[in-house]
Structures are given as structure tokens and as C-alpha cells.
Design a protein around this ligand. Sequence first.
Ligand code: APR
Length: 178
Amino acid sequence: MVTVEAVLGDITTQCVDAIVNAADSALMGGGGVDGAIHAAAGPALLEDCRRVRATTHPKGLPVGEAVATGAGNLPARWVIHTVGPNRHRGQDDPALLASCFTRSLAVARDLGARCVAFPAVSAGVYGWDAAEVAAVATDALRADLAEHDGVDLVRFVLFSEPTLAAFQSALSAAGPLL
Ligand code: APR
């Protein structure tokens, strides 16, 4: 049985196996949740990101993809970086956003991370409506979790009351499968 929940909070303080970062392709940190994660994790995270760029992803991480690093000083063990579609650049395909969630879960399973926290990927600087992100994330999870074992807890950690309400509403609409 998988638990899927939505809470109000700061993802950097979550005691889970892995937290997901709403990064950009360069993986060099930024604002929003990306900036908060790098600030809390300390320089070891940036070093890990540089290593990813120097090895597996010299051209950066594509939109909709995910890659793991260590988590520096964070309570979590890993950070899974994903790049959401940027609506301001015309990236409005929900499949790309869904892919952020499913690819992050696939990376979590490969790591053996059973408890995973997600932010509202693309709902900040990248300009997606929080309710749409919540609906896309919930649908993606429903299909993914029904098909694959290995993850016991998915926690959406939302930074504002309206975003929390959007996720709560999407989760209750999805029903008991989640
Ligand atoms: N914990 C949880 N959620 C947070 C936190 C935090 N500490 N800080 C911000 N958020 C929320 C925002 O309020 C928003 O709802 O995360 C959601 C995603 O917003 P962004 O961080 O702006 O992410 P995104 O829209 O995917 O844009 C990515 O922003 O700075 C960058 O490098 C990043 O260029 C990339 C872009």
C-alpha cells in the first residue's frame, strides 16, 4: 500500500529518503525550491551536480528527465533533480510535466529510495498553474504506482496554502487507488 499525501512545508527539512528538486537543465542551482535546496545542502550538492554535468549529462538535463545526486547537509539521503517544462518558453505539454514525476520515481526505485518528497514542479518560475500541476502529478502517479512497486510514500511538500489546496483537491478527486 502506497501512501500519497500533501503537506504544507519546506522540502529541505523533510526526513525522507529522497527529495525532488525542480531544477533547470544546467543543474547549477537557481531560485525557488532549487535555490533553497542548494542553500540548505551546502557546497557538496553543487559539486555533485558539476560531476553529473562532467560525466553523464554534459549538455545538461533534458526537460522531463531526472537524475540523482547526494544531498549534502540535508536530512534526505539523495536529491533527485528534474527539469519541468517552462510555460514561458511555450513548453505546455502535460506529458513532459508528467514525465518529471514518473522519471523521478524511476530514479528513486533505482536508488532504493522508498520515501520521496516532491515540490510542485513547474508551478513557480516556470509558470504552470498549481491546479494543473496537481492534476498532472496525480494522474502520473496513479498510473505509475499501480504498475511499479518499490516506493511506499510519496509526499507533496507545498510552499503555500493555495498550492496545498490544489494538491489536496487533486488527490481527493483521484480516490482511494492512491
Ligand atoms: N519547499 C517546497 N516548495 C518550495 C520551496 C521550498 N523550500 N521554495 C519554493 N517552493 C515552491 C514554489 O512556491 C512553487 O510552488 O516550489 C514550486 C516550484 O517553483 P520553482 O522553484 O520556481 O520551480 P519551477 O517553476 O519548476 O521553476 C524552475 O526555477 O530557480 C529555478 O533553477 C530553477 O530555473 C529553474 C526554475
